[in-house]
Design a protein around this ligand. Structure first.
Ligand code: CTP
Ligand code: MG
Length: 585
């Protein structure tokens, strides 16, 4: 692992940080008196480890255990819109009259919000009973009693100096400028990848807010379907989520059926009277349509509701204003929940997996290979599967194939969804750690080389078997869905987007190789390693054939450094439009 110096100019701008860096707490400061959050942070941030190699799995919980605990925690939690200035002590005292508080934190999102977790669910009923529906002068309020409240001072003129601005938890990733500074300051490329992971991964507070948002939506859906569950899936729970990523929700109506089966003892079988529709798809569309209406009309904080019911997987998209999350609500999408569990397993098996995925995701975002708008681009999910596949190819492999995880499964792991065999071992302790000790630096370089030279024209990526296979169709990029094996998860990707990915992968492999030979010296003032890879590329604008004429990387690097020095905007967007550095989701 090469150890790099920090360029002189970078050094100057970082001097102040350098001294404080080692005193910086691992997480952003929080207003959080309980010790629970701190304990949870240590326990549940698999990203905390910066070591290379397999992680200690003894403390790793099963996906289902994490989901159950988080869900239960969210059900004891409320969301409160607060005045901008508040006395934290008085606020907690006021709420404590409804029962003991286990944990709380504040965050800002167009106003100050508090997330308060009570020790008991009963406290929420007590709080709701002491809350009134506002009376409007010119408009009418729909009396909806949720767990989302508005707190107002009884007598604003009584506010003393105790009512001050509260320190709030940050819900956003670092700015590009800050990221570049941190990366340039790192000691090695491995250190850079781990730094990026720490800065971008979901914080404990952000994760709590995601589960709470699902729980609030569940309360609304339960008005129609008592006993339903709204579960988060995708990057919010698979450990590959970046701060700012969307919130994928799954409305699970199957649990309702399960409750009734327990009671069916005796000579009779009791069934609910139900309405029938011609197909599962129509049922899904009808359910989502009515939930969409309900969110739109009565859902506190739910805005911009769109019903996208003709998509392959029908969904309701909306913004949850108070949390700032862009939400996608689906139902009848159990396989996606299973693939979230699989990705969670892969992320937990070896600490290098998440570090590599986060860097590749940030690299793709920085080069506009991924966007938040659906289209012909590659998705983060596809990129994650590509990294997993690449890690299955190493010698010895860093990650096992899905087929080998299926062999390790026991009877309790058996899972068939809509005829698809989704069985794999769920106990992490049953999986032998990899003997591979390759560094992140090497893996990053090899990742770009591997996919820069992959025969996309004839081969498909398949993490079930862990080897390249002949493409079954002519889509430019073919990545087999791990559970619905006839589907291609990257069917949407166009040839030109794939070519852009390949060009950038080659260029990035080349930059890392050049650095290896003749790395930037401490006085060269150049961003290096991962920082250099996140710079805008000329390959975006010119075909690869003209690559000889492009400006050398060092020149691009220098101009970025100049832009950082003279940076006037946080996200470094310059006037020519070419030097936009964006690493956000
Ligand atoms: N999914 C899938 N097949 C696809 C697309 C998505 O099975 N073609 C499932 C995956 O489990 C994925 C989840 O749906 O994780 C959510 O999709 P998406 O939001 O696109 O991806 P995320 O993994 O959540 O990544 P991001 O942070 O970009 O939202
Ligand atoms: Mg998502």
């Amino acid at each position: 692992m090469a150890v790099r110096g920090v360029g002189r100019l970078t050094c100057v701008s970082l001097c102040a940080q350098r001294n404080s860096r080692f005193q910086r707490p691992a997480l952003r400061p929080l207003s959080c008196p309980g010790t629970v959050a701190a304990d949870l942070r240590r326990e549940e941030q698999p990203s905390g480890s910066t070591e290379t190699g397999s992680e200690d799995k003894s403390s790793k919980k099963r996906f289902s255990e994490v989901q159950k605990e988080r869900r239960e925690q969210a059900q004891r939690t409320v969301l409160i819109h607060c005045p901008n200035k508040i006395s934290e002590k008085k606020f907690l005292k006021y709420l404590s009259q409804h029962g003991p508080i286990n944990n709380h934190f504040f965050y800002e999102s167009f106003g100050l919000y508090a997330v308060v977790e009570f020790c008991q669910k009963e406290s929420i009923h007590s709080l709701q009973n002491g809350t009134h529906t506002p009376s409007m002068v010119t408009e009418a309020a729909i009396p909806f009693r949720s767990r989302f409240f508005n707190l107002k001072p009884k007598n604003p003129s009584n506010q003393t100096s105790e009512w001050s601005h509260i320190q709030s938890s940050n819900q956003l990733p670092p700015s590009s400028k800050k990221l570049f500074e941190l990366l340039c300051y790192a000691e090695s490329i491995d250190d850079q990848l781990n730094t990026l992971l720490k800065e971008f991964q979901l914080t404990e507070e952000n994760t709590r807010l995601r589960y709470l948002t699902c729980s609030l939506i569940e309360d609304i859906a339960a008005a129609y379907f008592p006993g339903c569950t709204v579960r988060p899936f995708g990057s919010s729970v698979n450990t590959f989520g970046k701060l700012g990523c969307d919130l994928d929700m799954f409305l699970d109506l199957d649990e309702i059926g399960k409750i009734s089966t327990h009671k069916n003892i005796g000579n009779f079988l009791m069934e609910f009277q139900v309405k029938n529709v011609p197909s599962e798809r129509i049922a899904t569309q009808k359910i989502l349509s009515v939930i969409g209406e309900c969110l739109d009309h009565f859902g506190p904080g739910c805005v911009g509701v769109q019903k996208i019911l003709n998509a392959r997987c029908p969904l309701v998209r909306f913004s949850h204003q108070a949390s700032g999350f862009q939400c996608d609500l689906t139902t009848n999408n159990r396989i996606a929940l299973k693939s979230s569990e699989l990705l969670y397993m892969y992320g937990a098996l070896d600490s290098r997996v998440r570090a590599l995925v986060f860097s590749v995701r940030c690299w793709a975002r920085a080069h506009s290979l991924t966007t938040s708008i659906p289209g012909a681009w590659i998705t983060n999910f596809s990129l994650t599967v590509m990294v997993i596949f690449f890690l299955q190819q190493r010698s010895p492999p860093i990650l096992p194939t899905l087929d080998s995880l299926k062999i390790l499964a026991d009877a309790g792991d058996k899972c068939i969804i809509e005829g698809n065999n989704c069985t794999f071992v769920r106990d992490l302790n049953k999986i032998k750690p990899s003997g591979n000790t390759e560094t992140l630096e090497l893996l990053l370089k090899e990742f770009f080389e591997y996919f820069g030279n992959f025969a996309f024209n004839k081969n498909s990526i398949n993490i079930r078997q862990g080897r390249e296979q002949n493409k079954p169709d002519s889509s430019p990029l073919h990545i087999q869905n791990p559970f619905e094996t006839s589907l291609n998860i990257s069917k949407n990707v166009s040839q030109s987007q794939l070519q852009k990915f390949v060009d950038l992968a080659r260029e990035s492999a080349w930059i890392l190789q050049e650095e290896d030979k003749d790395g930037p010296s401490p006085s060269s003032n150049q961003p290096w390693g991962l920082a250099a890879l996140l710079l805008p590329s000329v390959a975006n604008m010119k075909p690869l054939a003209k690559k000889k004429n492009k400006r050398p990387a060092s020149e691009r690097i220098k101009s970025l450094l100049d832009s950082i020095k003279s940076n006037s905007t946080e996200n470094s967007t310059s006037t020519n439009g070419k030097r936009t550095v964006s690493t956000h989701t």
